[in-house]
Every structure is written in structure tokens, then in C-alpha cells.
Ligand binder design. Sequence first.
Ligand SMILES: NC(=O)c1ccc[n+]([C@@H]2O[C@H](COP(=O)([O-])OP(=O)(O)OC[C@H]3O[C@@H](n4cnc5c(N)ncnc54)[C@H](OP(=O)(O)O)[C@@H]3O)[C@@H](O)[C@H]2O)c1
Length: 276
Amino acid sequence: MSNVPVAVVTGSNKGIGLAIVRALCKQFPGDVYLTSRDPDRGQAAVAQLQQEGLKPLFHQLDIDDPQSIRALRDFLKEKYGGLNVLVNNAGIAFKVNDTAPFAVQAEVTLKTNFFGTRNVCTELLPLIKPYGRVVNVSSMASNSALKGCSPELQQKFRSDTITEEELVQLMTKFVEDTKKNIHQKEGWPNTAYGVSKIGVTVLSRIQARLLNEQRKGDHILLNACCPGWVRTDMAGPKATKSPEEGAETPVYLALLPSSADAPHGQFVSDKTVRPW
Ligand SMILES: NC(=O)c1ccc[n+]([C@@H]2O[C@H](COP(=O)([O-])OP(=O)(O)OC[C@H]3O[C@@H](n4cnc5c(N)ncnc54)[C@H](OP(=O)(O)O)[C@@H]3O)[C@@H](O)[C@H]2O)c1
């Protein structure tokens, strides 16, 4: 088994994820895994970084596929006995002009951004080694979507005692409510992406709390963040930040020094803790 520290970035064949891998290859003292649901796209991205003189490693990972997640988990367990840094970056967003019915957009978006991310955490968080760092890439869209929720929903999402099961029930209810076209009556905002990222931010708060309760002595720091508005296939060419600039806050959180005890359980943008 290797004693080398290991970092994994989900959805890193392009965009912000690729920029995070590039930065980690330069700054993280260990093996850095570029992962992609499509091995060809992943290997092409690895080749691109190799041309820049960097040495990322590759593993397939489709966060929608529980078997793919378990294969990565088993690989990390066997080769490294765990994991030091996990960046949950993979995500999707329908384009504004997409004509798919809202209920379909809700189901598909929540499936990857919330349920897929949660499934990765369920399998990989138990592998995180002492002083490990976990970064869940959420979005400022989660904050604006929260403000668009009914006061009752806002209270639940801001609660310091909400459980993961309760969060899963709420995310499931959102998808069901969109199918019945009652989501707005039920207090939800009209944004599937925003609600999926509420899920990611609240999940991060819950996971940080559980780490405090169950693994306090392990000094693991887990946060949600927004990369900013970044020029990628998702956000388009008019966005204000380059992918490298978008990677700065996730990389800062992934490389928090072992002496740090904060931030933890926070929502961070531009390296600054934001109110939730
Ligand atoms: N760009 C922004 O302005 C912005 C702002 C706030 C937050 N974010 C968040 O930042 C993250 C990265 O976004 P981006 O702008 O870099 O988007 P992007 O260029 O569209 O890249 C998204 C990445 O996620 C991967 N992915 C999607 N579904 C996946 C799945 N089921 N399993 C594994 N990988 C999957 C994609 O793989 P494929 O190539 O196979 O599709 C791609 O590598 C997302 O979580 C996004 O919500 C972005």
C-alpha cells in the first residue's frame, strides 16, 4: 500500500475541475487523480496536462453510477488505504433556453448535483484520512435560491439540527412537487440548479457537523464553496473569471494547512466565509 498522499477531483476532464487538477498537480505533495465519466475525455485531459509537464493520474468516475463510485472507493482503499483530499466538483446545469419540461430539468439536475454528490460522499468520506480536506463545489445560486424559498423551507435549510435523511426527503419532495406542478405553491423557488446547490451547501453543513461529532480528533476540514462566475461550457464565454481564477477558492480549501482549524462547515467564496 502506498503512503503517498492522494487527491481526487470529480468531473475534472474540463472546466473548473480541470483547472483544480492543474493547480493541485503544482501544489499538492502527492498523487492527483483527474476523474471523468468518459475515459476518452479523461485521458485527453490527462494528455493535455502532461504536455504542460504535469503528472496527473486518471480514474474513471461517473457520480450518477453507484458502481463506478464503489470501484473508485475500492481502488483508493487498496492502493492508498484512504484519501487525503476530495473535491466534489462534477455538476450539470440546463441552459436557460433549454425546452425540456421543468420537472425533467429538476429530476436530472438533482440526480447529479445533489444525489450523485451525496453518493460520492457516502462512499468516500469514511476513507478521508486525518487532516484530510473535503471541498464541495456549490454555487452562489444556492444562496439566492434559499432567499426564494418560503420562510418554512428557509428555516429548515438554515437549521443546525437538520439531518441528512431530512435533507434527502426535502430534495426528493422538490422533484415530486415539480412533477405535480405544485413546487411554487409548496414554497420552492423556480430554479432546479439553485435547489440542487441548496442541497450541496446544506449537505456540507451536515457533514461538517457529523465530523465534529464522530471524528473530532482527526482535524478534517470540510466546506462548500462557490468558484465565482467562470468561463466554462456551463457558464459560457461572457463569465468574468478564467477557469484558473475559478479554481482558486476550491484549491485554497483543498490545501488548508494542517495547522488550520477553520473554515469548517462553511460556505466560502473568494476565500471568504459567507453567511448562510
Ligand atoms: N462556471 C460557473 O460559473 C460556475 C459557477 C458556480 C458553480 N459552478 C459549479 O462548478 C462545477 C464545475 O462547473 P464548470 O463550470 O466547470 O462546468 P463544466 O465545464 O460543464 O464541467 C462540468 C464537469 O462535470 C462533469 N460531470 C457532469 N456530470 C457528471 C457525472 N455524472 N459524473 C462525473 N462527472 C460529471 C463534466 O463531465 P462531461 O465532460 O462528461 O460532461 C465536466 O467534467 C459545477 O459543480 C458547477 O455547478 C460553476
